[in-house]
Write a protein that binds this ligand. Structure first.
Ligand code: FAD
Length: 324
């Protein structure tokens, strides 16, 4: 961890300005704001601001700029890195989602998770181009492109569904950016992740999708080769309404998992079909017959159950990863 001394009076002045939380190492709230999805790798900024509004975000950026400190952003901590010695802005309080059911749009707070978005849209039979895990931040996903396990093949990347962005850039002033108001910045934000500013809200398009046919089947790891050869032949012929992926997994010995899967080496074959359930079942039928199934959880579902396709574990989990 990089130790950076920040003037106490300046921190006190910032605390008086901000309606959310301000904490330096050792202070109440610091650990909670800096926690990530991986308990082994908490963030270690020089100062953290739990922003409660766009104005808090702007104050944080102006503070960082005045003190020559880098800015880091987190909402869920699923992917945040490199906050050492920085001013970390935690956006999880900005999780408000409002839906315009006539315009088929939603305004998403910069710290909302997909679970927040789905809870607001699915009662109206509307769906966003969301990612696999309800626990993941919607904005981090949208800013990185955003590949959907259900609607991507029909409607493109999540970033393509963004129609406006409320952002605080390095100048410390909140602004609303659209394709018309600032084409270059609007283009850069949608794929440039947090590199162009801190996004306090986005407006996205929604689609009238209330149900899907999907989920996952699991087969023994020993059958992986047979299954993958069949999948390679089958998947390219699927219509755009259908999406599929495969995960090869060593599952943990977790009592929450059913017995054939607990602690087992398995292949999860995921499938989602937007449209008629009988048509979805017919499309998927060939893959049910390739090798014996350990578990079959593919069925007609309300869209709110989209997270069950991948079944990513919610909540913090210790792990190590690497990218080569
Ligand atoms: C279990 C799991 C499943 C996933 N499934 C998919 C998937 O189906 N499709 C897909 O495309 N991706 C998927 N991802 C990747 C995911 O979209 C990215 O990791 C995303 O960055 C996570 O954002 P977060 O806010 O949850 O994480 P955080 O760690 O809080 O943020 C990660 C980074 O996103 C940026 N960021 C987040 N919010 C803001 C903001 N408001 N303003 C500016 N920058 C911001 C920052 O650079 C930050 O460092 C998955 C990730 C996980 C862990």
């Amino acid at each position: 961890m990089t130790e950076i001394a920040i003037d106490e009076a300046a921190v006190a002045a910032l605390t008086a300005t901000v309606t959310g939380l301000v904490a330096v190492p050792g202070e109440d709230g610091y650990e909670k704001e800096c926690a990530t999805y991986n308990p082994l790798t908490p963030l270690r900024p020089a100062l953290v601001i739990g922003a409660a509004s766009g104005r808090d975000v702007a104050a944080a950026i102006r503070f960082a700029s005045a003190h020559g400190l880098p800015v880091a952003v987190t909402t869920t901590g699923h992917q945040a890195r490199g906050a050492d010695g920085a001013v970390l802005i935690n956006l999880r309080r900005l999780n408000r989602v409002t839906v315009d059911r006539d315009a088929l749009t939603a305004r998403i707070g910069g710290g909302a998770r997909w679970a927040d978005v789905l809870a607001a849209t699915t009662p109206f039979g509307l769906a966003p181009v969301n990612g696999s895990a309800p626990d993941v931040g919607a904005t981090g996903y949208l800013l990185g492109g955003g590949q959907s396990p259900t609607l991507g093949r029909l409607h493109g990347y999540g970033a393509d569904t963004v129609t406006s962005v409320e952002i605080v850039t390095a100048g410390g002033l909140p602004q609303r950016v659209t394709a018309e108001s600032d084409p270059d910045l609007f283009f850069a934000i949608r794929g440039g992740k947090g590199n162009f500013g801190v996004v306090t809200a986005t407006e996205i398009a929604l689609f009238p999708v209330a149900r899907f046919y999907g989920g996952a089947v699991h087969v023994a790891g020993a059958d992986a080769a047979t299954l993958l050869h069949a999948w390679r032949e089958w998947a390219p012929a699927l219509p755009d309404e259908a999406t599929t992926s495969v995960a090869i997994q060593r599952l943990p010995p977790d009592p929450a998992l059913p017995e054939p899967l607990r602690g087992a080496f398995v292949v999860a074959l995921r499938f989602a079909h937007i449209g008629d359930a009988a048509e979805g079942a017919e499309l998927f039928a060939p893959m049910r017959a390739v090798v014996p199934l350990l578990a079959d959880d593919v069925c007609d579902r309300p869209y709110a159950e989209v997270g069950l396709i991948h079944g990513d574990p919610p909540g913090p989990l210790p792990y190590t990863d690497r990218t080569v």
